[in-house]
Design a protein. Structure first.
Length: 394
């Protein structure tokens, strides 16, 4: 049932953009901005430490491990203390991390820095998603897709401006500027972030993972939605260049088209969800993703592959936000606990999938891989009825 028909209007629901919605959107923007700003620093980080591509790959893995280690902890703490505290404290630790990474002197401190960067990004990710769910409940309407759109926008701004800033002002100046901007965004959001103190009985609960099956099924939905996203991010350019004969410059348009349609649809996704409901929106999204990925996998030309990735972006855009909303609205489960499971499983796919896909594609080709990924969307369609929990706003 569409959320707009589920509850009568309330004072908390009044207004399209109350302060709490602005705050959580700003927190998503800040998290994405720091992540995006890190991307153009990676080549300089590699050269400064004097490591090979293989060692850099292990450092990137350390980043992912840091995220996955702290995500369940952040979810459990959000349930016990409230998502606001965990989000803001994680943001405080995250803010200076680019400065820290600019001055790490050797491989071992670089390793620890990567673990910490991933840990604080991941912890804030879980907690701010939990806070977004609480804002959804207070507003009686969907906002999760637009929150993820702000994260994507922050990533684009951070990555796009970072290279220019480093080239013109230098590595240290870039890190200082990013730190100041991140601190300003956090400071603006701080006093208006939604307070979601837990119920007294929640504080007595042990920090443990849920024993019910539902959050793990929703986690599979998130996992199978994020694996194809990671596949496009890491391998689409190589697919266009090596198998479809595109130039180096042109091959980048695959991910650009995918990112553009995904960002646009995330900003539109909340309105679509309010009208259609989460289950129907997820099913339509999975259908678009399936058709787009099949088109890309069977494309005979680079242009057709780019079109396929653009259509896939339309579909994939709102699949993960819906899974996150469902995770935070499960009956008898605190939002942070459900989210810790779903984010852990989803981001595990992004961490593991690229290396597995690269290995498989080396033997059978990227076209076959992309043409096979729609099987994952079929599983999402089979599990899509669980997205009904995303529409529970109480």
């Amino acid at each position: 049932m569409p959320m707009s028909t589920m509850h009568p209007a309330s004072p908390a629901a009044a207004g399209f953009a109350p302060k709490t919605r602005i705050a959580v959107s700003l927190l998503f923007l800040m998290n994405g901005f720091v992540m995006g700003s890190w991307v153009p620093k990676i080549p300089e980080f590699k050269d400064r430490l004097g490591v090979s591509e293989g060692v850099l790959g292990l450092l990137v893995l350390a980043f992912g491990i840091g995220s996955l280690l702290l995500m369940p902890v952040a979810g459990a703490l959000s349930a016990k203390l409230g998502s606001r505290q965990v989000t803001l404290v994680s943001g405080v630790f995250l803010t200076p991390m680019l400065l820290v990474m600019t001055f790490v002197p050797n491989l071992w401190t670089g390793f620890l820095g990567m673990v910490a960067l991933g840990a604080f990004l991941g912890a804030m990710d879980v907690a701010m998603n939990a806070n977004a769910i609480e804002v959804e409940k207070s507003m009686r309407r969907a906002i999760m897709s637009s929150c993820h759109a702000f994260w994507s926008l922050g990533g684009v701004l951070g990555a796009g401006v970072g290279g220019i800033t480093m080239g013109s002002l230098g590595i240290t100046a870039h890190a200082v500027i990013v730190t100041i901007i991140a601190a300003l965004m956090l400071a603006i959001a701080w006093p208006i972030t939604l307070r979601d103190a837990p119920h007294p009985e929640t504080k007595k609960e042990k920090l443990s993972l849920p024993k019910t099956l539902l959050p793990w099924l929703v986690g599979i939905m998130a996992l199978f939605s994020m694996v194809p996203e990671g596949a496009v991010l890491d391998w689409s350019a190589l697919y266009l260049r090596n198998e479809l004969g595109a130039s180096v410059a042109f091959s980048g348009f695959a991910f650009a088209a995918f990112s553009a349609t995904m960002c646009i649809m995330r900003f539109a996704g909340d309105l679509v969800r309010d009208r259609l409901g989460a289950v129907r929106t997820l099913r339509v999204s999975a259908a678009f993703a399936l058709v787009g990925m099949l088109t890309a996998g069977f494309a005979g030309t680079a242009w057709l592959a780019i079109l396929g990735f653009a259509v896939a972006g339309i579909g994939i855009a709102n699949m993960v936000p819906i899974a996150f909303s469902a995770a935070g609205n499960m009956p008898g489960l605190q939002p942070g606990i459900g989210l810790s499971v779903v984010t852990f499983m989803g981001y595990s796919g992004i961490l593991v999938a690229p290396s597995v896909i690269g290995f498989v594609a080396e033997h059978i080709g990227f076209g076959v891989v992309y043409a096979s990924l729609p099987v994952l969307f079929i599983v999402v369609l089979l599990l899509s009825h669980h997205a009904a929990h995303a529409d529970r706003k109480h």
